[in-house]
Design a protein around this ligand. Sequence first.
Ligand code: KIV
Length: 271
Amino acid sequence: MSVESKVRAVTTLRLKEMKDRGEKISMLTSYDYSMAKIVDGAGVDVILVGDSAANVMAGWETTLPITLDQMIYHAASVVRAVQRALVVCDMPFGTYQGDSQAALDSAIRIMKETGADAVKMEGGEEILDSIKRILTAGIPVMGHLGLTPQSIHKFGTYSVRAKEEAEAEKLVRDAKLLQEAGCFAIVLEKIPAALAERVSKELSIPTIGIGAGGACDGQVLVVHDMLGINKGFSPRFLRRYADLYTVMSEAISHYVEDVKSCDFPNEKEQY
Ligand code: KIV
């Protein structure tokens, strides 16, 4: 089946229906074909090709350096693996914060060159023109409020956002603006659980939380964090479901030993 003709089972409309009937939405990141195949096969509803690829795949300190071309490479690799999940691709830093025509051009490149189903953008009122222009072109947009890592140099810290009333009220206003503009869902990152609950109740579109408590309509984690591949990141909100760092290290050490001791390959493993 070609990328153009592939219609995946989870759509933006189905996510809204899930919220309406109280069914929680599961979302995880993926950045490559092999991981996306596992994540999709395991039944995750939404796969995010996050700009966290900058940290996880490329080892950068922040998400800022990743380019549009690099995001397109990751998203196209993921899309080739996915049969069921909705695939959302992050718009990288610098591709939408300025003029809305440039934002639309970037979103169109993502949709045309990757086959993703939607884009995600960080911010509220400040980027509303870009969001509206992209939506006008028929491209679904997922919002992202609270801790928005592309603004790390403004925040100066990755700690919990919107603890103060003024920032909390702005977040609620921004969430409503994004919904009115036509966003199909909003990620809420690292905000107090009570605020996320209020936003989730006041919006008709789904909220997807990361460090935002259990009242959100869905949850998202970075797949390398929840699988324990990346051990250097342990925020309170992260539940580790495996210790793949240890599993993989042991397997690789075992391989090294076998090569050194001439145990691998044996007679059955040669031609
Ligand atoms: O880039 C990313 O992985 C994200 C999630 C943390 C929501 O934006």
